[in-house]
Design a protein around this ligand. Sequence first.
Ligand code: SF4
Length: 140
Amino acid sequence: MKIKHFLYFAKFGLKTILWKRKDPILGTVILTDKCNLSCKHCSVNNIKGVIHPYPQVKREMQQLYDLGVRILFFCGGETFLWKDSNKDIRDLVIEAKKMGFLIVNTVTNGTFPIDLPEADLILLSLDGDREKHNEIRGNT
Ligand code: SF4
């Protein structure tokens, strides 16, 4: 993490603790409910099979940024399935960084090649050892 980003979060933390501020710092944009898995516990996959269009995603990112959010998560469905207007998850991560988000993360089920060096953090769902994981998520 860059020093100036660390200082931003330190200042935010101090304001929150000392002045009891309740400003948001972390936000999530859901890109799609499409998913290539059908995990046993899941109640959000493929309900409408919607891939939210790029302008909408960008607008939501901007809204979060304007609210003061600086840690952004992209969620699904499966985020690596998101594509619109020749853009994919990598374009969104780059766009978010350009917009000014300090930490940009994505959540994935890990069934697509994880080649996204622009992201700060990639959260991969694992439900235990191979046997337990596959029992819940199918043979992945
Ligand atoms: S990978 Fe995530 S979105 Fe897809 S079915 Fe499993 S829990 Fe649901």
